[in-house]
Ligand binder design. Structure first.
Ligand code: AHG
Ligand code: MN
Ligand code: MN
Length: 336
């Protein structure tokens, strides 16, 4: 390499000052996520060897139980985050309730709340298709030094101080924002270092890709059906092309680079859609807006919603601004 490429470690230090709160704390947190990402990446890469190394439920040669990758990813992230003196509470898609950290220790100063989808796109693990991890970070709203409460977790997405994802794809990337744009880092697996490969990522204003599970078409609301037909019509820059991986992280990542819209609408089978507001939609919405894109529940901004429960689901439309606005327009028109 003739050009000097910045590592994630260097980038974190250089950009500390742009963060509005204590910079050292956030650096520690991103560093913990970077470490967990490498550990999970190592495990995800071995997924194809499961018949050789032992499947979930089996006992391995050391007498340890083999775990499903989503359970394992969950544990690795939680362990890594717990071990830094910075996080006071974690909620995960894989856990029924939130986890309180250091709640017995009145001296603790930990201020941050982390919400994670440890393994997104888990149905793709067994077939060697990209999966991801999504994270979302808030400052607690209850007093420091007391045990966290549900209030700390049920904050609107607008309160996020950082969010990002890791995509375990043809290469592994960590993409995140602290509210000052979106940057992407690619892992060099030979030396275990992330390099800044995608500085200042931006959604093209419009695109030609729509991503939706069309198997659910007949169950979609009329406005969504109308928008899908609009995507398929021959006129101007249309028809658009359809691409759907079934891992939100991977679909979002591709659409951010190429221009496109991702949709998981509500349907007659799932009244609030499928995706989780706290673990999936809010972090992706923060990234989308920081990358000049948009994220909506079909009517308005995702990040303005006031969550009412930890595992709440919400319809999700996210991507290139013009495309999301068009989808909203069709949804509004169908309701007239
Ligand atoms: P998870 O694996 O964390 O449960 O998330 C899967 C999500 C999302 O990543 C993906 O886009 C969507 O579910 C796919 O759902 P369908 O199979 O219903 O299309
Ligand atoms: Mn998910
Ligand atoms: Mn998951």
């Amino acid at each position: 390499m003739d050009k000097k490429h910045k590592t994630l470690g260097e980038f974190i230090i250089e950009n500390q000052s742009s963060f509005q709160y204590s910079s050292g704390e956030l650096s520690k947190l991103i560093n913990a996520i970077r470490l967990a990402a490498k550990v999970v990446n190592h495990e995800v890469n071995k997924a194809g060897l499961i018949d050789i190394l032992g499947a979930a439920g089996d006992t391995n040669i050391q007498g340890e139980d083999q775990q499903k990758l989503d359970v394992l990813a969950n544990e690795k992230f939680i362990q890594t985050l717990k071990n830094r003196e910075i996080v006071c509470g974690i909620a995960s898609e894989e856990e029924d309730d939130f986890i309180s950290i250091n709640s017995q220790d009145e001296q603790h100063q930990n201020k941050y709340i982390v919400l994670i989808d440890p393994l997104d796109g888990s149905s793709n693990i067994d077939v060697n298709v990209s999966v991801g991890t999504i994270f979302s970070i808030y400052r607690r709203v209850t007093p420091v030094g007391t045990p966290v409460t549900i209030e700390d977790f049920l904050q609107p997405g607008d309160n996020q101080v950082a969010a990002g994802y890791i995509v375990y794809g043809t290469s592994t990337m960590l993409v995140y924002t602290t509210g000052d744009g979106v940057n992407g880092f690619t892992l060099n697996p030979a030396i275990g270092t992330f390099y800044l490969s995608h500085p200042n990522m931006q959604f093209p204003e419009t695109g030609k890709i729509y991503s939706v599970n069309e198997g659910n078409y007949i169950h979609f609301p009329q406005g969504v059906k109308d928008y899908i037909k609009y995507c398929q019509q021959e006129e101007g820059d249309r028809p658009y092309t359809s691409r759907y991986i079934g891992s939100l992280v991977s679909d979002f990542h591709r659409n951010m680079i190429k221009g496109g819209i991702y949709m998981y609408p509500k349907s007659s089978k799932a009244s609030e859609g499928k995706l989780r507001l706290l673990y999936e939609c809010n972090p992706m919405a923060f990234l989308a807006e920081q990358a000049n894109g948009k994220a909506s529940d079909g009517k308005g901004r995702i990040m303005e919603l006031k969550p009412t429960e930890l595992h709440q689901r919400v319809p999700f439309f996210c991507g290139s601004t013009k495309m999301v606005e068009k989808a909203e327009e069709f949804i509004a028109n169908a309701l007239k």
